[in-house]
Design a protein. Sequence first.
Length: 332
Amino acid sequence: MTTLVTGATGFAGINIVRALAESGGRVVALDTVGESGECSRYINDLEDKIQFVIGDVLDTQATLKLAEETGIRRIVHAAAITPSGAVESSVPSRVINVNLMGTVNMLEIARKISAERFVFVSSSGVYGAPKNNTELVTEESQTQPGNLYGICKLTCELLMKRYKHLFELSAVVGRMAAIYGPMERVTASRGNPSMIYKLIKAHLEGRAIKARGRDFVSDYTHVHDASSIWRNLTLADELKHDVYNVSAGVAYPLSDVLETLQQVDPKFSFSYGDADQEVDVEIRPESERGALDLTRSITGFDFSPRYNLREGLEDYLKWAREYPTLFTPILA
């Protein structure tokens, strides 16, 4: 069986590609940029199962031709622009076009090739900040996206649901937590990397961190745990639900992340900034994310997270030291 992954050289994408190839299937990895040296190194033990192709989800005809010629049976649509606030305000139509119309195009392709499964990579951002950050966020929780990225994700979810009804398409949404880990880097499509990436980058450069928002939480999840759920959503013969949370199921306050990283490496240095001070990382009330409920993955796939916070940070820091070029300002 062959699976098409869009946005395949991006942070989530390359990890999904690797997880699917590890399961023995063939993967066609589509992205607007070619395979970088770091990507090649990351999947070098699986390269016989992966075909990288330069293409654009906005080019429906070329992508449809690729799907037909390579015998695509399943699609994981991860291609998206994850904009910073500056990018969102400067090129909103570009963000909407790629994130919304790119998904429409891929749904059309899935319909035309009678795909066995369409997996949409959504985000926990559609939930917005929780009213109570100690309660689990279920797939039935209220959605309240607060930016163009989240609005497009939720709109795409609704479109996918309609395509599923109209064309009997086997389609599923995965709402992904705040992932961190191997292969994250700054790219043209992901200009604002995760907070944990910023912490690791500063540490590798020998800089002390000043932070704000110590008590605010987020659903930090090692990308390998997320990829395990993506693999299940893609390859399972049957799915009982339309939407699944993709997470480790825990939310940590910023203080826990900072203190745990210091426990992992005592050379990591941080302090907290006052309201009027400039800081390196900050969590604001509106950017909090609650712990995602994993009942559906636990009961459906017998999923169990592999990493707690300490184990995840240890793994990522070790990996980061082996891939220092991904922590430079050069776009990859």
